[in-house]
Design a binder for this molecule. Structure first.
Ligand code: PMP
Length: 352
């Protein structure tokens, strides 16, 4: 760290992304990526002529991609915001809607805490219930921005659309951000509620169900006024936040929606298989609606299992937070990858 860095940044506890090691080939079950490639349409769209056009700036209005997403969701283009990964939308929300602070679950996506710190926002961290679920009654923001991942990460548990509507009704003076990064794996999106609730900001991503984590593309659905607020911030930071190749890939991905729906069904089947097998091995598994499973065993500690799996070429995610340190978060990959994971886990438990 240089002596030039402002004090407020030098004290930041930064977000630690999942490992992306290059030392050998791992079965990567640690960052909730898709095991499936992008659709054929996406691969075709990112072509030579698009690459040649990289000399030109991308379209700052994002009209083509907004149109495709608006049609898919039956909303207006003005209800869509595009960003460089959904992390950017979350960051913008923390900049934009937190005059009175922020509120989010104590156990959730670690970036919420980092964004709050980054922008010097006072935040309330709401404990989960003993069964790791969120109690909607706990969310009375009094003007604070409320952020809930639904399904929550790393638990995989969902609130129903009715429960989210209850939170919206209870908090007319707070923006309620529903982070639906994992909604396509068995949850239900609450975006139709934007027509009734002007304080709802739904955040989604192309990183998980749409196999485009490396392209960095996220989007939001909300009332036009909230979207206009986000645009103000975008035009004050980086108007060309979506590059040309990602835009082309995004439009093609929306057109190939059916392919991605089928992939989600495969992930759900592999998730059910993995849950059954882990339970048969004595694990406690939280019932997940996401493309990951959060599980612990009383035969082996969370960190120990994580390290032994890594030695055997399988990466999962272990968090050191006290309340969840016994668990590991296991991304659901292909059926073959999950069979390999179960086989190795069995061997580890048997001490082989
Ligand atoms: N929300 C949640 C709950 C996540 O787990 C992630 C992925 N780490 C994100 C948002 C951000 O995803 P991306 O920036 O790739 O869209």
């Amino acid at each position: 760290m240089s002596r030039f860095l402002k004090d407020r940044y030098s004290k930041l506890e930064v977000y630690t992304p999942g490992e992306q090691p290059r030392d050998k080939k791992y079965i990567k079950l640690n960052t909730n990526e898709s095991p499936f490639p992008p659709s054929k349409g996406v691969i075709k769209a990112v072509n030579k002529s698009e690459v040649k056009d990289l000399r030109l700036y991308s379209d700052p209005t994002g009209t083509a991609l907004k149109t495709a997403l608006a049609e898919l969701h039956n909303v207006k283009r003005e209800n869509i915001f595009l960003s460089n990964g959904s992390d950017d939308i979350l960051n913008f929300s923390f900049m934009a809607f937190t005059e009175k602070g922020a509120m989010f679950p104590e156990i959730s996506y670690g970036f919420y805490e980092v964004f709050a710190e980054l922008h010097g926002i006072e935040s309330v961290k709401v404990p989960l219930k003993d069964d790791f679920s969120i109690d909607p009654k706990d969310y009375i923001g009094d003007g604070r921005m409320i952020v809930i991942a639904n399904p929550n990460a790393p638990t995989g548990l969902c609130l129903s659309v009715e429960e989210i509507e209850g939170i919206l009704k209870q908090n007319p003076d707070s923006v309620v951000v529903i982070d639906e990064a994992y909604v396509d794996f068995g949850g239900q999106s609450c975006y139709p509620l934007i027509k009734t609730y002007k304080n709802l900001l739904v955040v989604q991503t192309f990183s998980k169900s749409r196999s485009m984590a490396g392209a960095r593309l996220g989007f939001s659905i909300a009332d036009e006024e909230l979207i206009a607020d986000l645009e103000r911030i975008k035009y004050s930071t980086n108007p060309y936040n979506i590059n040309r190749l990602t835009t082309a890939a995004g439009v093609a991905a929306v057109k190939d929606n059916d392919y991605y729906i089928k992939n989600c069904q495969k992930i759900i089947a592999a998730r059910d298989y993995t849950t059954r097998e882990l339970e048969a091995l004595g694990f406690f598994v939280i019932p997940s609606k996401a493309n990951f499973i959060f599980a612990k065993s009383d035969k082996i500690g969370g960190e120990d299992l994580y390290l032994k799996l890594k030695e055997n070429g399988i990466l999962v995610r272990h968090f050191t937070k006290e309340k969840i340190k016994d668990f590991n978060r296991i991304t659901v990959g292909s059926q073959k990858e999950m069979e390999a994971f179960i086989k190795v886990t069995k061997q580890i438990l048997e001490g082989k």
